[in-house]
Write a protein that binds this ligand. Structure first.
Ligand SMILES: NC(=O)c1ccc[n+]([C@@H]2O[C@H](COP(=O)([O-])OP(=O)(O)OC[C@H]3O[C@@H](n4cnc5c(N)ncnc54)[C@H](O)[C@@H]3O)[C@@H](O)[C@H]2O)c1
Length: 270
């Protein structure tokens, strides 16, 4: 069901890779809610070709950008402004990658070249996007930026590896840049801390199936799926949440505040 919550709004969606991607669902929901969007992903993701289907469905241009490159981001922002004839009202940062995770290197043996690359893509990229957006005045007054995070920023989930550090920094950047962008232009910046979700990035984490079923049992409402995450992001892009900024918002069915559930106790007693 659509409510026209984003009618007249314009935005950039980073990170839709395939139909499982959280960003894919957010793009579809933005379109359904009346927004016009630009889709962006890395050159590698663009070569996979699936994004073109989403672009056709949402009537959105695709503009590639490696988020570790200022040049790519400046090109994306310039082309987006040209396309819309002005700035945007919202940005989704739905980007994450750890080479250490991909290569199965445990946290206590991390390769720092890989750590740097993952940090650049998964955390620093939010700062880069915000800094360049501010420099080129890309986001309109009362605009909204949302980045996706995970509770490993606060608690230990061993196989989440160096992504835990990346998420902690990501949330810190949202808080700190949120201060400056809010003061300067009333732009809000938040992170949404999402339940484990079956996507390409999610499933890359070792032991993911155990992880996801444990979270399901530990959440009074169960795990939040990608469609539900998209719904939540829409509210954060809408004018209904204008005064929410610098927050890490848990979207996890109650997992983050649950000590134990009956389902887990019963499992332990087996
Ligand atoms: N899946 C989960 O369990 C889960 C839970 C909480 C948070 N998140 C977060 O949600 C976000 C989206 O992940 P997802 O689960 O939809 O997986 P996904 O694999 O579909 O999305 C990750 C995206 O990052 C993009 N990316 C990687 N390197 C890039 C670069 N250099 N430049 C530009 N884009 C680049 C990929 O192309 C891909 O589109 C990530 O931040 C992830 O950490 C995921």
């Amino acid at each position: 069901m659509a409510y026209n919550l984003l009618k007249g709004k314009k935005g950039i969606i980073f990170g839709a890779l395939n139909e499982q991607s959280i960003a894919w669902k957010v793009a579809q929901r933005c379109h359904a809610e009346g927004a016009e969007i630009v889709l962006s992903n890395s050159p590698l993701a663009l070569r996979m070709g699936e994004l073109n289907n989403l672009a056709a469905e949402c009537n959105a241009p695709v503009i590639g950008a490696d988020v570790t490159s200022n040049e790519d981001l400046e090109n994306l922002f310039a082309k987006t402004k040209e396309h819309f004839g002005g700035g945007v009202d919202f940005i989704l940062h739905s980007i994450g990658m750890s080479v250490n995770v991909r290569k199965g290197i445990p946290y206590y043996e991390n390769n720092y070249d890989f750590t740097h690359k993952g940090f650049d893509i998964s955390a620093l990229s939010l700062h880069r996007v915000l800094q360049l957006a501010m420099k080129h005045d890309v986001i309109n007054e009362w605009g909204s930026v949302v980045a996706l995070s995970y509770i490993a920023a606060q608690r230990v989930f061993p196989d989440y590896n160096d992504m835990a550090d990346n998420k902690a920094v990501l949330e810190s950047i949202a808080r700190n840049f949120g201060y400056y962008y809010g003061t300067k232009k009333k732009v809000r910046v938040n992170t949404v801390s999402q339940s484990p979700t079956r996507t390409t990035a999610g499933s890359g984490v070792k032991g993911f199936e155990g992880f996801i079923s444990y979270a399901e049992k530990m959440s009074p409402l169960g795990n939040a799926n990608a469609d539900q995450c998209a719904d939540y992001c829409i509210t954060l892009f809408s004018d209904l949440t204008k005064m929410v900024t610098m927050q890490n918002l848990f979207h996890d069915g109650g997992f983050s505040f649950t000590g134990v559930t009956q389902a887990v106790i019963e499992q332990m007693e087996k």
